[in-house]
Design a protein around this ligand. Structure first.
Ligand SMILES: Nc1nc2c(ncn2[C@@H]2O[C@H](COP(=O)(O)OP(=O)(O)OP(=O)(O)O)[C@@H](O)[C@H]2O)c(=O)[nH]1
Length: 388
């Protein structure tokens, strides 16, 4: 499935809120340690009832069949199980070699037997279209979206080969899968840090941040980390955090206090953070800090985002460009005190008002994070013009 050519769709909210099982997509390049992480979860006594799906998902044509060999008290051999397998620690394991959707449908017949689903994609899968599919269905309340809510996308990166994979991806034809996986993720697990020295770990972390400045990075050995970092993160509902570069830039320039008071119309400029814009080829991140908006400005921002996501161009640029946003997140504060959270995957986006009763203690600084191709200074300038 490729959502790039999909007809753009605006999400409309349905009134009814149903109890859904959260789903986490786990991606990562070949051999990075996805199976190691999932097998640990399947066999460890962590007290959670997790359903893990380990199979091919997305484009199955060029990926070898994956087998699973997780033993349990009920089924000590458990070789290449084609069914949902109940494990001693309360987990369910599903290794159906059919499409991921069929595997999930099979699991949902046992709804109530588990609280969370982890879905491992193949090493070559781009998580973007898979996330978009679940998110779209969730918002429309269609099909599996009735039962499942997308919680987040996790990418396992190999600390030994990750940098090389990213560089080779750039060198071949534009943007490759390892870069797309990092770009489309909310959390990065930097695995196999036992095999490299500290400077190497730092250089891989820097390369990851160049591509995706919004994702949290956790260093691991054999996928050992607290499950709270990958489950229940609500990455598709919570606003993005400002990363350290942006915070430092604001602190250095003494602007942190003044971004909290934008009632003065002179302060409608953008507090840009040059350091977070990386001039690398392929996919990069752009973070923009923006002031409190008037309602017309918010409407203009909404239209600006729509043009970029649906037409792959800036509003003031009629020529075809390289612009393509794979993931966006944002938080916008309005003068009347309302706040809006932006979430977008490919050309689907949602701008929803933060409920007053759900006081998240959000700062009044607005921010926008764009991850994709062609995010150069013209994008920042175009956003600034929208606010004038
Ligand atoms: N030293 C070390 N080895 C690891 C670590 N994590 C995984 N491995 C090993 O790396 C190899 C690949 O790990 P897998 O978990 O199979 O990787 P994968 O991402 O599922 O691989 P594919 O299914 O091919 O995409 C295995 O031999 C693991 O035992 C780690 O943190 N440190």
């Amino acid at each position: 499935m490729d959502s790039d050519d999909d007809v753009p769709q605006l999400i409309e909210h349905t009134e009814e809120i149903k109890a859904r099982v959260p789903l986490t997509i786990i991606c990562g390049f070949l051999g990075a340690g996805k199976s190691t992480l999932l097998k640990r979860i399947l066999t460890e006594r962590h007290g959670y009832r997790i359903a893990v799906i380990m199979n091919e998902f997305g484009d199955t044509a060029d990926v070898e069949a994956k087998t699973i060999n997780v033993s349990s008290e009920d089924d000590p051999t458990a070789e290449k199980s084609e069914e949902v397998l109940e494990l001693a620690n309360g987990c369910l394991c599903c290794s159906i070699k059919d499409s991921g959707a069929a595997a999930i449908e099979k699991l949902m017949e046992r709804k109530g037997a588990f609280d969370h689903i982890l879905l491992e994609t193949t090493g070559l899968a781009d998580p973007g279209p898979i996330a978009a599919m679940f998110w779209k269905n969730e918002e429309y309340g269609m099909g599996l979206g009735n039962d499942i809510a997308l919680d987040g996308v996790i990418c396992v990166v190999d600390a030994v080969f990750g940098l090389k994979q990213m560089q080779e991806d750039h060198a071949v034809d534009g943007v490759g899968e390892s870069v797309r996986q990092i770009a489309g993720s909310d959390v990065i697990i930097l695995n196999k840090v036992d095999l490299v020295d500290e400077p190497t770990v730092i250089s891989v972390e820097n390369a990851i941040r160049h591509i995706n400045s919004a994702a949290r990075i956790h260093r691991t050995v054999r996928g050992q980390l607290d499950l709270k970092h990958i489950m229940g993160i609500s990455a598709y509902t919570v606003p993005p955090e400002l990363n350290e570069d942006v915070k430092q830039s604001l602190r250095r320039r003494g602007e942190h206090e003044h971004v909290h008071d934008h009632s003065d119309s002179e302060h409608t400029h953008i507090h840009d953070a040059q350091k977070t814009h990386y001039e690398t080829r392929g996919i990069t991140s752009l973070q923009i800090v923006c002031p409190v908006l008037s309602q017309p400005q918010l409407n203009a921002v909404d239209e600006w985002i729509r043009t970029i996501l649906w037409e792959n161009r800036l509003p003031d640029d009629t020529q075809s460009s390289e612009l393509q946003v794979l993931r966006c997140k944002g938080l916008f504060s309005v003068q009347n005190g309302d706040q809006y959270v932006l979430q977008g995957v490919r050309n689907i986006y949602d701008m929803s008002k933060v409920m007053k009763e759900a006081d998240l203690g959000l700062p009044d600084t607005g921010k926008l994070v764009l991850i994709g191709k062609g995010l150069d200074e013209s994008v920042r300038k175009s956003f600034a013009q929208v606010l004038q």
